[in-house]
Design a protein around this ligand. Structure first.
Ligand SMILES: CC(C)(COP(=O)(O)OP(=O)(O)OC[C@H]1O[C@@H](n2cnc3c(N)ncnc32)[C@H](O)[C@@H]1OP(=O)(O)O)[C@@H](O)C(=O)NCCC(=O)NCCS
Length: 136
């Protein structure tokens, strides 16, 4: 049975394993702790038989929601876990009054693009620009 619920620190090792198994960077504890001071209800795990099988991290800036770091353990894919994580996150965004949700996908991540389009997330032509602030 799969349970979708809010992350707790006891899940951290399981979450890092899922991120690693999916080839995603691991969010360090300090960065995660800072995020959790803002909207902890938007960091979700999927638990199957007491094991963390999937994870998604949402953020809300007061205007837009963002979905980050979605990953499902390869052994648990194509069973609807990511869809359920995103559905629960969307419910939580809606409860915050969030009208639109964005996310970034690497252009060569064809499988993820298929997944997102199946859920109604359509590509836009915008280019991501980024700059580190406060570093020397
Ligand atoms: C993308 C990912 C999160 C999908 O997780 P999942 O739990 O397997 O997804 P779901 O079972 O909910 O899939 C729902 C639908 O999305 C589509 N989909 C999912 N994975 C797909 C794939 N590899 N190829 C094509 N379509 C896919 C299918 O339409 C699927 O429905 P179906 O299984 O009935 O055909 C998972 O493959 C993953 O962790 N990938 C590596 C990390 C990553 O790329 N994350 C996203 C970064 S933006």
């Amino acid at each position: 049975m799969i349970q979708i619920r809010q992350f707790g620190w006891a899940d951290y090792d399981g979450v890092t394993e899922v991120w690693r198994s999916a080839g995603r960077d691991v969010l360090p504890r300090a960065e995660l702790a800072a995020k959790l001071t803002r909207d902890p209800q938007l960091f979700l795990v999927a638990e199957r038989d007491d094991i963390v099988a999937g994870v998604v991290l949402g953020t809300f800036d007061g205007r837009r929601g963002w979905i980050l770091r979605l990953a499902v353990d390869p052994a648990h894919r194509r069973g609807g876990i990511a869809s359920r994580l995103v559905a629960e996150l969307e419910t939580r965004f809606a409860a915050l009054g969030c009208p639109r949700v964005n996310l970034l996908v690497m252009p060569d991540n064809v499988e993820a693009l298929r997944f997102w389009q199946r859920l109604g997330y359509l590509p836009l032509p915008d280019v991501l620009c980024s700059k580190p602030i406060g570093t020397t």
